[in-house]
Design a protein around this ligand. Sequence first.
Ligand code: SAM
Length: 324
Amino acid sequence: MTTQSLLFGGPAPIDAVHLPTHAVQLSKSELNQFFTPAWAAEALVEQFFSDLSSSDLVLEPSCGKGAFLQAIPAHVPALGVEIDPALAIEAARTTGREVITGDFCSVELPTGITAMIGNPPFELSLVERLLARAAPIIPMEGRCGFVMPAYFFQTHGTVERFRHQWEIQQQMIPRTLFPGLSKPLVFALFTRSTSRALFGFCLYDQAVQFDQLAQDAQRILTAVAPRRSSWHALVENVLAGFGGCASLQDIYQAVAPRRPTGNPWWKEQIRKVLQQHFTRTTTGDWCLPAAQAWRAWKIKGLRGDRCGLWSTFGAPCTLKRTPQ
Ligand SMILES: C[S@@+](CC[C@H](N)C(=O)[O-])C[C@H]1O[C@@H](n2cnc3c(N)ncnc32)[C@H](O)[C@@H]1O
């Protein structure tokens, strides 16, 4: 099944297009030939590229009939690339712009391109190759703005790959721009930057951090626990791991590789959690509330000779340890 038939939910047309001899013969459906309405291309250029000037050079990398090329103001230099020669001729004729016939992944491009705008085929691997091609060409702070299916951004793994060289912002646009399309669409703006900033995304950074945590830390953060922040749950787990009590330094050391967020004030965060929810012994150790410590002791037994500790919880030191 082709991308187009997946997206549009209907059978794909099978009429083949005449491609340059070096290109693979692909059907129009495989080339994702559905075209942006002129009014929408104009509105997107106006909203996201209103600062273009005569010193820019804009590339429409898969220009189709030329909707975006036509929408770029006449005083801004622009050119298109289109793999389908018939469409390339049509776009050049309609817009008066140069249109190179070929594959945007490999075609020779002029120097000085400062921006890319368009609606590339809805193939993730193709868009990744397009962005990889654009990254060394587009100057810092330069932009690529593309109509894309929202599912390109559905995992933090893909977004991580994209943001390697780009800051990304995205906004939803109506899928009804393309009659019959069944999947949500976005207009995504990729700005050349080392900031890796994301706009219009939520939880992506946290999902990356979560993946890096140890499995037991992931379990703690995943379980729904009543009235516990993730820091609270983590400190509690660390104390249980120490048999109920631990020094502040031991707690820092155990928490450090399992921090649930990138909070630079994490030690302060731990001290706050300790003060709010845990007990301090006369020797300066921090302990689970007695009942929890008792349970932790029963599960894990005590490590080392910390008999003194148990008086903190009211447990007699003569109690036999639970075998480990
Ligand atoms: C979704 S249509 C969009 C056309 C135009 N950008 C628009 O918005 O109306 C995608 C276009 O990319 C062309 N295309 C597909 N693969 C291409 C490639 N590798 N290089 C250049 N053009 C390609 C198709 O022939 C098709 O015209």
